[in-house]
Design a protein. Sequence first.
Length: 184
Amino acid sequence: MGKLDKLSKFLSLILRHKPEAANIELDEHGWANVEDLIIGINQTGRKINLEILEEIVAADQKQRYSFNADKTLLRANQGHSIPVDVELTEQKPPEFLYHGTAERFLGSIMTEGLKPMSRLYIHLSKDIETACKVGKRHGTPAVLQINSEKMHQDGYKFYLSANGVWLTKQISPIYFTLIEHIEK
Ligand code: HQG
């Protein structure tokens, strides 16, 4: 893993899960003060400045982070485990969305339904391929097709994060089916 990738991983940890790792706090909307963030990261022995931070944010493949307009604040667009309100926009989902998971979780998922586990929301993708990649992070992948249009009709809320990840709070097994043939 390159230097910037390592810093980006650490940034995810700070902005989504553990701001105290850089000795900072996030505000209620998940924003970190950029000056404090840079000082905090440098205090951990890592080397970062505004230029490097801007490069990480701009180059991020999943567009995980956003600055505010004057670049004094930075936050993660989604993926938090700590309770912040990143002002997600509620939106009508497409007919189907997909959730990538690992085969070993299927037993529990098929009985309990999908839960956010340690995060604030369940993460959903708009295509099978992306969901498959998400699943591979946990082991042999399995992909569930979510009947999101039906859920929406039944009153469940969906949100679209600033970087295109669909989010919802819980999904009962009546709303999903396992896709049988995916690339493992
Ligand atoms: C599973 C990455 C047992 C769930 C990705 C998942 C994503 C259950 C795991 C983002 C369950 C939680 C999030 C149940 C759900 N019983 N297991 N009832 N309900 N699970 O990492 O969706 O690169 O918190 O299927 O691209 O894998 O970090 O969520 O396997 O967008 O930006 O519990 O993280 O983005 O795992 O990944 P996670 P996720 P980043």
